[in-house]
Design a protein around this ligand. Structure first.
Ligand code: ZN
Length: 448
């Protein structure tokens, strides 16, 4: 195998009929895998003291760990304090631009990305070639599980430039051997049209699926493009909340973009345990909650050039360790949403997506897409009806000034929300296109 030829850009070809992308890793004996995790964890801690990595060294010393031999393995890490996003933000602010939590010289990295920065200054993530390879291999396990194979045409509309997600996804697609069509995020109708027109020329084998799927449907309807001609099939994004959960697919680009993948045997997603210790943790005690219960998603990345130790994503996670019928031997994990996205009103807590599922049951507001917003209840106002805005559907009776049908639609929405969530809402029906559109994740929860 040449060490500097084009072959090193991609993985060794697989037999398309084999069950797993990486059988050795995915069906490894769990005890052997635990030993691998223990060894890789000790290597991580050794690097923290040797390099050193001051932020994590402080965390270790706070737990009374003065040298890496104090930790034998995964069993011992509950004592290590958690690190949250704000710690990284503070570190970068105190010692700009990189902070004091890097394991490698930034000049050894080949890619940089910033977080979306919806709250506070975005933090910077760095990947070396080795870090990217771990992400690409992890993603490949998932796509292979789905039945996708190299040679298929795939498409996405992730944001680019400083936000690292789009480059990461494109890189992972190309590494796997997909033909990758990267269209612009549909921020405007013109940009959405570019993507739609291209898909009618080169139709992807795997239909577009993303946060902005609804945008493409909306613009296709305006342009008179049949979504099927553009390879679009609307499956909708699954509703999920703390009660139900969905497979844990990602721990964010800043931590582990492709930490898990669903095998089709519900529930949960198989976790790449050879490259991460994923825990559902009670943040009060730092200890893992019992299997199947919700805790904070805490991830320790293994074998990376840029690692994170006990990183608390402030999102809900539950882990399941029963053997999976698919034959993979890794644990599975469920994701229950971000805690900061939890809405608290009238004594109930729920995810915005649960409200969205309720509204989706009202046909008059969900065609061609459901467009809505809610105003986050301010402290002291949690007992008032939740303020919700919903656009009328394109096919609902239009009554020029929002008149005739609006009252009925509002009543139907109020009823759907009451039934699904047990809360009172004050629903305003708005004309089509009153709520701002987004090419990526629409802002559904607004602070006013
Ligand atoms: Zn499985």
């Amino acid at each position: 195998m040449p060490q500097n030829g084009p072959e090193v850009l991609g993985p060794t070809p697989r037999d398309p009929s084999q069950l797993y992308w990486d059988p050795d890793a995915q069906t490894m004996d769990p005890e052997a895998r635990r030993e691998l995790q223990d060894r890789r964890l000790r290597q991580l801690l050794a690097k923290i003291f040797e390099i050193p990595v001051p932020l994590f060294e402080r965390k270790l010393r706070a737990a009374g760990i003065e040298n890496p031999e104090d930790v034998k393995g995964v069993e011992d890490i509950s004592a290590i304090p958690l690190t949250v996003k704000q710690d990284l933000r503070d570190s970068e602010a105190a010692i700009p631009p990189w902070g004091d939590y890097r394991f490698t010289d930034p000049h050894r990295a080949v890619r940089l990305g910033t977080s979306t920065g919806t709250t506070g200054t975005p933090t910077i993530t760095l990947w070396t070639r080795h870090d990217l390879w771990i992400e690409y291999e992890s993603a490949a396990r998932t796509w292979w599980r789905y039945g996708h194979r190299p040679g298929m045409i795939v498409t996405h509309a992730h944001p680019a430039y400083l936000y690292g997600g789009g480059a990461m996804l494109s890189g992972a697609y190309e590494y796997f051997g997909f033909l990758n069509i990267w269209v612009p995020p549909p921020d405007t109708d013109e940009l959405a049209e570019q993507g739609l027109r291209f898909w009618t020329r080169v139709k992807p084998d795997i239909p577009f699926m993303g946060f902005s799927t609804g945008r493409f449907f909306e613009v296709a309807a305006k342009l008179g493009i049949d979504p099927l001609d553009a390879g679009l099939e609307f499956k909708g994004l699954p509703g999920f909340g703390l009660g139900k959960g969905m497979p844990l697919m990602t721990a964010g680009a800043e931590c582990y973009a492709y930490v898990g993948g669903a095998c089709g045997q519900a529930p949960g997603a198989h976790v790449c345990e050879d490259w991460a210790i994923v825990q559902a943790v009670d943040p009060e005690t730092g200890r893992e909650v019992p299997d199947g219960e919700w805790g904070n998603l805490v991830v320790t990345t293994l074998d990376r050039d840029n690692g994170l130790l006990r990183y608390d994503l402030e999102e809900a996670c539950a882990v399941l360790r029963e053997p999976c019928p698919c034959g993979e031997t890794t644990m599975r994990a469920l994701w229950g949403g971000r805690f900061k996205d939890l809405i608290s009103t009238q004594g109930k807590r729920f995810q915005a997506s649960e409200l969205e599922s309720a509204l989706r049951s009202v046909p008059g507001v969900s065609e061609p897409t459901l467009e809505w917003q809610l105003v986050r209840p301010r402290p002291g106002e949690e007992d008032r009806p939740l303020q919700v805005r919903v656009e009328r559907g394109a096919s609902a009776s239009t009554g020029d000034d929002g008149g005739a049908g609006a009252g009925d639609l509002a009543k139907q929405c109020v009823g759907a929300v009451r039934e699904a969530l047990g809360i009172e809402a004050d629903v305003k029906i708005l004309p089509r296109e009153s709520i701002p559109r987004s090419g990526y994740k629409a802002a559904r929860v607004v602070d006013e």
